[in-house]
Ligand binder design. Structure first.
Ligand SMILES: Cc1ncc(Cc2csc(CCOP(=O)(O)OP(=O)(O)O)c2C)c(N)n1
Ligand SMILES: [Mg+2]
Length: 568
């Protein structure tokens, strides 16, 4: 046998790469730098795709949405301190949205940090990450890398998915150990996201409540989209005949044009339903916390399906809590319903359908207007047609008016095709989500961006060109945040919410070899997007929108505090 001096060695670099590959990691999203530049190079050489970004927040958002789309944790790699902090927003956003991702950051040496002796980029990153994510681990010994990666993967995807932080001090990478022992220390995670089967009596209780409903409603949240139980979810709607609402990222679970879709009659069904079954949807601010005028005065019974037991009764009493993974819960409900479950009362279904048709008819003319400069509806009418013709394209969407109006105008036809600002309503997810959506699915991506929203991650147009990704960015350029018409009453500086008038974002894309187009009417917009979708070339379309067309904060202006003090 080889003597000790000849025995083959391995080191931290290789053990981390081997652990990630052993667990099926194929892509890392990150920004190079001390102490992880060589790690990124070695991971790439070992066959992992390493996508280099211009800012860690965008790499983190890419990792998060990769997790949402694949149900495997997306991996974000950053340098220590400032790079780690840049990734934290994405890690916290992933945790808030229940997207599985792992933020791996290089860090300073414990012995220096703990004595605060001033290391390069010194920061106690583990302590700072802990409150902002689902789980956080640090590794000091090479022999622990295998178990640490396994723990991070399981923490990210099991139960309610979320963000996990993995802290790797610089010295760990160069630490050597016996190669055989190293290989033996690696762990391939078994059943990382175990099924969580609901209790039979919880299913029975829920069905009893549902059976008694006169005006039932199902609300799907992005948790239902994440579950990838698409056939059973469709069967649940069609077996029960119950009208349904799809929260923003759940749109397309069933087509928005489905006969039982109540999307265009949202305010009616929230007010008048007597039994509401929430599936992977939380009763948070997006659903007015389940109370107040949105929900009308009539008493309501809530059935809630969620993997997190603590979610029950978070805002209002849940009379039939069903705790488990959505796939297991929906299949148990279907089993309990059997083959002759009574359809939802036809008078209720009729009321919903009539209201929906009325609202769709009201909106239709606004989508046809061809005026220039465009208003939001004219531009969105063109994009609505394109998504209808190209249902497997992925739509990324952020802004205020650009977000709120697109959500209602652009129908989705397939699950997990609409990626947007999610639970926080966070700006800046656009380019990270677009890049990961293109890389993880290979499908064409249409990113519909407010001009302010785009600004948060716009430098990644270079990244999009560098990897030659099929991403078509449409910027709704209304010269500002919400509008482009505010004026600074004190004179001097521009108002706080306006941008350079007549700006041409399309020139940014041309700067990096992509296709830039300036579109001043819906026909030009439509032609440019179709050309981009056909060519698959990175494209940025500067869609000129009337600066006066928007409203403050889109649909959520009511959240703004108002001053009652009138300064003399
Ligand atoms: C990280 C972060 N910082 C600020 C904000 C606050 C905000 C919400 S929406 C928005 C941009 C609205 O302007 P945009 O041009 O994108 O859209 P449009 O209405 O069509 O003109 C901001 C700055 C949020 N949500 N997140
Ligand atoms: Mg704007």
């Amino acid at each position: 046998a080889a003597g000790a001096e000849e025995r083959e060695l391995t080191d931290g670099f290789h053990l981390i790469i081997d652990a990630l590959k052993l667990n099926g990691v194929e892509t890392i999203y990150g920004v190079p730098g001390i102490p992880i530049t060589d790690f990124g190079r070695m991971a790439q050489a070992a066959g992992i795709r390493v996508i280099s970004f211009r800012h860690e927040q965008n790499a983190g958002n890419a990792a998060a949405i990769a997790g949402y789309l694949t149900k495997k944790p997306g991996i974000c790699l950053t340098v220590s301190a400032p790079g780690f902090l840049n990734g934290l927003t994405a890690l916290a956003n992933a945790t808030t949205n229940c997207f599985p991702m792992i933020l791996i950051s290089g860090s300073s040496e414990r012995e220096i940090v703990d004595l605060q002796q001033g290391d390069y980029e010194e920061m106690d990153q583990l302590a700072i990450a802990k409150p902002l994510c689902k789980a956080a681990f640090r590794v000091l010994h090479a022999a622990d890398i295998g178990i640490a990666v396994a723990r991070a993967i399981r923490a990210a995807v099991s139960g309610r998915p979320g963000g996990v932080y993995l802290d790797l001090p610089a010295k760990l990478f160069g630490q050597t150990m016996d190669a055989e022992k190293g290989a033996a220390s690696l762990v391939k995670v078994i059943d990382a996201a175990p099924a969580m089967i609901p209790a039979p009596d919880a299913i029975k209780r829920a069905l009893d409540v549902l059976k008694g409903a006169k005006r039932p409603l199902i609300i799907f949240g992005k948790g239902a989209a994440y579950a990838q139980a698409d056939d059973d979810i469709r069967a649940l709607v069609e077996t029960s005949g119950i009208p349904f609402l799809q929260m923003s990222m759940a749109k397309g679970l069933l087509p928005d044009t489905h006969a039982l879709s109540a999307g265009a009659a949202r305010s009616t069904v929230l007010k008048d339903a007597d039994v509401v079954m929430l599936i992977g949807a939380r009763l948070n601010w997006l659903l007015s916390h389940g109370k107040g005028k949105t929900w009308g005065d009539a008493p309501k019974k809530f059935i809630q399906i969620d993997i997190e037991p603590k979610e029950m009764d978070s805002n209002v009493e849940i009379v039939a809590p069903v705790v488990g993974d959505i796939g297991s819960c929906v299949s148990a409900l279907l089993q309990g319903m059997g083959s002759n479950w009574p359809k939802a009362p036809s008078d209720w279904v009729g009321v919903v359908s009539a209201k929906k048709d009325e609202n769709i008819a009201k909106m239709a003319p606004r989508l046809m207007n061809n005026k220039s400069p465009m208003d939001f509806h004219g531009a969105l009418g063109a994009l609505r047609t394109i998504i209808k013709e190209r249902p497997d394209a992925i739509l990324v969407n952020e802004g205020a008016n650009t977000l709120d109006l697109a959500r209602g105008v652009i129908d989705m036809y397939q699950p997990r095709k609409r990626l947007d600002v999610g639970t926080w309503g966070v700006m800046g997810i656009g380019m990270g989500y677009a890049i990961a959506a293109a890389i993880e699915t290979g499908k064409p991506v249409l990113a519909v961006e407010g001009d302010s929203a785009f600004g948060f991650s716009g430098m990644e147009v270079e990244t999009i060109c560098r990897y030659n990704l099929p991403v078509c960015i449409v910027i709704f350029n209304n010269n500002g945040i919400y509008r482009g018409t505010d004026v600074n009453p004190a004179g001097g500086d521009p108002a706080t919410t306006v941008f350079v008038p007549g700006s041409r974002y399309d020139k940014m894309m041309e700067a990096f070899g992509g296709v830039g187009v300036n579109a001043t009417n819906p026909d030009e917009l439509s032609r440019a997007v179709n050309a981009a979708m056909d060519s698959g070339k990175p494209t940025l379309i500067n869609a000129v929108i009337d600066p006066a067309a928007g409203t403050e904060s889109g649909r959520i202006g009511n959240l703004n505090p108002q001053s009652v003090v009138k300064k003399k």
